[in-house]
Design a protein. Structure first.
Length: 71
């Protein structure tokens, strides 16, 4: 049919964030994470994700972009 399939592996999660910044006391909060892994070839996978941490007085956002080797 000439249609190429692309398989992706999305993920979601939750956890605990711990801020150990020297300027403030240690702060524990809630963390959400999500992203997707996309195979580029049999041995290489591209990945992208975002982490959002909620603490007492602020929200921190982190972005992850990368390439992994499958073995």
């Amino acid at each position: 049919t000439g249609v190429q399939r692309i398989s992706v592996a999305p993920y979601l999660g939750a956890g605990v964030s711990i801020n150990t910044d020297d300027d403030t006391d240690d702060d524990v909060g809630f963390l959400l994470t999500g992203g997707v892994d996309v195979p580029v070839s049999r041995k290489v996978t591209a990945t992208g994700g975002v982490n959002i941490g909620f603490s007492d007085d602020n929200t921190d956002v982190g972005l992850l972009l990368g390439v992994g080797y499958n073995f």
